[in-house]
Design a protein around this ligand. Structure first.
Ligand SMILES: [Zn+2]
Length: 342
């Protein structure tokens, strides 16, 4: 098959579009003919290399995959060749207490497709049959690939961790990012009030079109003052954080008394400061969040299939242009997901 691999960590130039062996078909697995694979920031971290994480080489990234069932492994009876599917990106043992509770993202053996396993920057990918989600006819491959990781992550942040209610006002940072555009839409489905930020004036209208009630330009507006003004001095109940050190102190200051800050990433750096007086005196909760459980993705997928939420897609590029696609993601100029097609 053709795949985009890297043989060592480094810059965009380590990504090579080349021939690679077809994935091995294991019992209980299926091979999926990839039609679309969306990018995530995780792909960039893998390529650059991470402390304390060994990425197997040569490596194929790609957690967000849609395509058709191509080959069915021993013991898999519920699928047929040619069925249109998208993939749940979380891999786990399937047998421990947390897995059986539906909290598989807490499994000691949890992994993300394309992280320490081979992912979807390829014509074929092997996954456990339990990771397969059938697609209705109305959902195209690009939409399906753009959906899972962002919406799973945002769902777990807002509902699993921050326990969102319709009484809440939510501040979503970087509404043009994968998690941001998903969080705005999920918060609106659950009838919360949403204040979003964007990094460029061009993105203001697109964030409003996703349903945000107010949109701030975080490059030009005083976000803390604007949030206070929009909430009559009170602050927001929930902040959806994933930017990290560049926004962290401001995010904490935007919280109302009893507010919850939930974070799933640190794109601009992880060495953030916290004034503990804010934490105890204002009774704040700081919540970490990583991916989400399979039931959460299936609930989000129901809303996708009913047309109530829709991933924002910035553009599609052919698989052979994965390096250019990652360059675009690094630039931060996109609004929504960048998707590779094969
Ligand atoms: Zn487990």
């Amino acid at each position: 098959m053709k795949a985009v691999r890297f043989h060592q960590h480094g810059g965009l130039d380590v990504l090579q579009y080349e021939d690679a062996p077809d994935p091995e078909l294991r019992p209980g697995h299926v091979l999926v003919r990839v039609r679309a694979c969306a990018l995530n920031h995780l792909d960039l971290w893998q390529r650059r290399g991470l402390e304390r994480v060994t990425i197997p080489m040569p490596h194929i990234s790609g957690a967000d995959v849609s395509g058709e069932i191509a080959v069915i492994g021993a013991g898999v009876t519920e699928y047929q060749v040619g069925e249109r599917v998208m993939l749940q990106p979380g891999l786990s043992c399937g047998r421990c207490t947390r897995c059986l509770e539906g909290a598989d993202n807490y499994c000691a053996r949890y992994d993300v497709l394309g992280y320490q396993s081979a992912g979807g920057y390829a014509e074929l990918v092997s996954v456990p049959a339990v990771n397969v989600i059938r697609l209705p006819e109305a959902i195209d491959f690009v939409t399906a690939a753009a959906f899972p990781l962002s919406f799973l992550t945002a769902w777990h942040m807002l509902l699993g961790r921050a326990r969102l209610t319709e009484r809440d006002t939510v501040l979503v940072l970087a509404a043009g990012s994968g998690v941001g555009q998903a969080a705005v839409q999920i918060a609106k489905v659950f009838r919360a009030r949403v204040i979003a930020t964007v990094g460029h004036p061009d993105k203001l209208e697109r964030a409003k079109a996703l349903g945000a009630d107010a949109v701030l330009d975080h490059a030009h507006d005083d976000v803390v003052a604007a949030v206070k003004k929009l909430t009559a001095g009170r602050g927001v109940d929930v902040v959806v954080e994933h930017v990290g050190v560049a926004t962290w102190e401001r995010s904490v200051r935007c919280l109302a008394r009893g507010g919850r800050l939930v974070t799933c990433g640190a794109t601009t750096g992880h060495d953030a400061k916290l004034d503990l007086r804010h934490l105890f005196a204002r009774q704040l909760s700081l919540l970490g969040s990583y991916m989400g459980g399979k039931p959460e993705l299936l609930r989000a997928a129901d809303l996708l299939f009913r047309g109530e939420i829709q991933p924002a897609v910035d553009r599609t590029l052919p698989l052979s242009e994965a390096a250019q696609a990652q360059r675009l993601l690094e630039s931060g100029a996109q609004f929504g997901k960048i998707v590779l097609t094969t």
